[in-house]
Design a protein around this ligand. Structure first.
Ligand code: ATP
Ligand code: MN
Length: 429
């Protein structure tokens, strides 16, 4: 099998190898030329002493443009001063595809670039190891999540992303043309995953896109994000909070175990958090916030309010027992205190990572709550029917993949956590 530069080791010293990659740098010292070849996993130093390599090889390497794609065949020699402790003296140096010059973005980062410029030329930006590493971690998170839920008897599902009604009403919807009708891109799999509880699936998870027509540009909102969603029957909010906490710990363990090199590239330290995460109620959070800012009971916390809260709360924590009016219609109110509901947000510092709740499973109460939130029960036809013929009690949550990456890797802007972000201005690339 083809080897990455990082896979070349002592066992290859004295042997001939073939490497494919991009020209990271060319250093021309006259009688000696160095080409630094880069691939996804690392670098290799190609050393060309004029007197020791074929003239044709020497000329090609000396004149190759940065970021061209090359194939190099040569002997591996130990060289302590080179990256990974080896160099290659090439007998073959083939330019598979020459890059144009000048480059729209400097992959070596000697010339710094703004985020917008980076995103405009994202394929070049992603060649940087420290940027690529974010997506290695992301891939590991998704893999760990699938393993976690499969091990616990969950069924992975895929629900439609083209839908006829809003999940929760509201304005954050993208309308689309569906033949002669209007349709929408789904904001969340909520209604479908709940419907699957009525179908008897018992435990489901979905990893999929969610679409939100957020008008505002913030560092934590995207218009297309990826959500990890679960729904579980015969349990309550406490039951699914446990799954969430365990998943977060499991993901951290896996990242620490498998992504050491990539965390080094990103230059971040990841620690496995301890269970159980701290839990505070909405009322307690409000009391902390109100030391510095006035928030009327019942309202969601603003970003400045969450930043105040974050001064007091370290690591991952839950805010529980939210005002019923501040949460979607499907959240289950407490029997003895109907103004609050069995809901929770998972936070890290000021950042919300997930929201969940025990859901209402009784038809009449659900219709009442839909109306109370100013929505029309008639537009929830298929969903409401599922509650009339045997809907079990259930609970669930949705966790934003990009938010989790932001929290774990200390990214300052959520756009860093997606390959090709969609925001208020950006639809390309
Ligand atoms: P926020 O208050 O931060 O805007 P939200 O409460 O509107 O989020 P939910 O509807 O609770 O979001 O969605 C569940 C999770 O999905 C959120 O906790 C978050 O991790 C993620 N998420 C929701 N909207 C976005 C978005 N626009 N961009 C990125 N992630 C999002
Ligand atoms: Mn939320």
């Amino acid at each position: 099998m083809r080897k990455f530069t990082s896979e070349i080791g002592e066992e290859d010293f004295g042997k001939k190898v073939t490497l494919y990659g991009w020209v990271h740098e060319v250093r021309d010292l006259g009688g000696l030329v160095f080409v630094i070849l880069r691939d996804r996993e690392g670098f290799a130093q190609i050393t060309l002493p004029k007197k020791k390599v074929k003239q044709e090889v020497f000329e090609k390497a000396k004149n190759v443009r940065r970021e061209s794609v090359v194939k190099v065949v040569g002997e591996v020699k130990e060289e302590k001063r080179a990256p990974n402790g080896f160099e290659i003296i090439p007998e073959e140096f083939e330019v598979l595809n020459e890059a144009d010059a000048p480059l729209p973005l400097d992959v070596t980062e000697k010339v710094p670039a703004e985020l917008d410029t980076r995103l405009d030329h994202r394929f070049l930006d992603l060649r940087k190891h420290r940027i690529f590493a974010i997506f290695k971690v992301r891939s590991e998170i998704l893999n760990a999540t699938r393993e976690f839920f499969h091990e616990r008897g969950f069924i992975e599902v895929n629900t439609p992303k083209i839908v006829s009604t809003a999940t929760e009403g509201g304005t954050e919807l993208f309308p689309i043309t569906y033949f002669e009708r209007e349709a929408f891109l789904n904001q969340s799999p909520q209604l479908y995953k709940q419907t699957l509880m009525a179908a008897g699936f018992d435990r489901v998870f979905e990893i999929g896109p969610i679409f939100r027509a957020e008008e505002h540009n913030t560092v934590r909102h995207l218009n297309e994000a990826t959500s990890i969603d679960i729904e579980v029957s015969f349990t309550d909010h406490n039951g699914v909070m446990k799954y969430l906490e365990e998943l977060i710990v499991y993901i951290h363990e896996r990242i620490v175990e498998n992504c050491e090199k990539y965390l080094r590239w990103i230059n971040v330290e990841v620690e496995v958090p301890e269970k159980p995460f701290e839990r505070i109620t909405y009322d307690e959070a409000l009391e902390i916030v109100s030391k510095k800012e006035e928030i009327p009971w019942g309202e969601d916390f603003s970003t400045p309010a969450l930043k105040i809260l974050a001064e007091y709360m370290q690591g991952y924590y839950f805010i529980t027992d939210w005002p019923t009016e501040s949460k979607p219609f499907y959240a289950m109110p407490y029997e003895d205190r109907k103004e609050i509901c069995k809901s929770f947000d998972l936070m890290k510092g000021w950042l919300e990572l997930a929201s969940g709740a025990q859901r209402i499973h009784k038809y009449d109460l659900l219709v009442e709550r839909i109306k109370a939130q100013g929505l029309d029960p008639d537009s929830f036809g298929f969903y409401l029917e599922a509650f009339r013929y045997g809907m079990p009690p259930h609970a669930g949550w949705g966790l934003g993949v990009e938010r989790l990456l932001m929290a774990m890797l200390d990214l300052k802007n959520i756009r860093e956590a997606v390959l090709f972000p969609r925001d208020r201005q950006r639809l390309v690339p």
